[in-house]
Ligand binder design. Structure first.
Ligand code: FAD
Length: 298
């Protein structure tokens, strides 16, 4: 028996497609044995651990548009799939208009990892623990996808089907994610509870985004998305609707946090018990809602 003292990667063929069309054609023609990669911080770990053994890896980082990061004051923000998280978090326009996204990126592991890791990789990996998914959902992200029939856009809402499962079809390649201009007065926060401050996935993650909305009784529109407590990032619609319908007070915030605790379906795992997760969802949701409410009404 051969004992490996150091885990190793299985063999694979490295491919640099010359165009988006070539990448989609290759992926479709080798469905089940070819995968695209960006920073590689998820895929290489899964290959090393023997969870997946793709025959071909497509390095799609140099394809057109993949490294673009562009803000337009009329239309919003476009982030190419290969743009790493440090670049997003340091961008002055992201910090000014999409501070929640910068905060979420900075919650991911440590600086070195974020020099490789991408938001699109975080999304396509489809782990319910992904730290940037809540911000991308709350900010109404839209995925730009190249497939066998050319390019299309899809809302991120509805993209996640389960742990590691998305709506992507054979031949699909995500080329970037865009965000509309955030509503005026928009503010948000991401609270992450992990076993340590760096390099660990969340036990619980709570994203809250809110902005003034005169159409709602409360005058404030809240988005609440939970990480690591359901098979997919959990949008807590019941709590969002509840907060739209009555004055925002410490009591209504308490009740919304209770609704968030009821909505989640966490599991026991190496990081935490399900019971602790549920308790911390209530606790952190209350804190996040209170912080955001105070930011809107200082
Ligand atoms: C030490 C360590 C700590 C970590 N800590 C955290 C953390 O705190 N929070 C967190 O959220 N994550 C964490 N991660 C996970 C990982 O870093 C993130 O999920 C990261 O965002 C993945 O991005 P990537 O560019 O490296 O993706 P990759 O590994 O390149 O790809 C991820 C997945 O997406 C698919 N994919 C890649 N590109 C495309 C594309 N263009 N179109 C369609 N599918 C594509 C790949 O086939 C693969 O399945 C950690 C990982 C490590 C190794």
């Amino acid at each position: 028996m051969v004992t490996h003292t150091h885990p190793t990667l299985p063999e694979f063929e490295y491919i640099q497609p010359e165009s988006l069309a070539a990448a989609s054609a290759f992926l479709a023609g080798h469905a089940g044995e070819a995968r695209p990669f960006l920073g590689g911080t998820d895929i290489f770990v899964r290959m090393r651990d023997g969870i997946i053994t793709p025959k071909f890896l497509l390095d799609v980082k140099r394809l057109p548009g993949m490294n673009d990061l562009h803000f337009d004051p009329q239309t919003g923000l476009m982030i190419g799939a290969a743009v790493n998280m440090n670049r997003v978090a340091a961008n002055p326009e992201v910090r000014a208009h999409y501070a929640l996204l910068a905060e979420a990126c900075q919650a991911v592991a440590g600086y070195q990892l974020r020099n490789r890791a991408t938001i699109v990789g975080n999304i396509c990996n489809a782990s319910p623990a992904g730290d940037t998914l809540g911000a991308c959902l709350a900010l109404d992200g839209r995925l730009h996808i190249h497939g066998l029939d050319g390019s299309r856009e899809e809302a991120l809402a509805g993209f996640f089907l389960g742990p590691g499962k998305t709506k992507l079809k054979a031949g699909d390649l995500v080329t970037g994610i865009s965000f509309p201009l955030p509503p005026p007065g928009c503010t948000g926060t991401y609270l992450k509870l992990g076993r340590n401050k760096i390099s660990d996935l969340s036990i619980v993650g709570v994203t809250v985004l809110a902005y003034p909305d005169p159409h709602l009784k409360s005058g404030l529109h809240f988005h609440i998305v939970l990480a690591s407590v359901a098979p997919i990032p959990l949008v807590v619609v019941a709590a969002e609707n509840y907060l739209g319908e009555q004055p925002i007070t410490p009591e209504s915030i308490h009740q919304a946090a209770r609704l968030a605790g009821e909505a989640c379906t966490p599991i026991d795992d190496v990081r935490s018990s399900a019971r602790y997760r549920k308790l911390m969802v209530k606790n952190l949701t209350r804190t996040a809602l209170t912080n955001v409410w105070h930011q809107l009404h200082p």
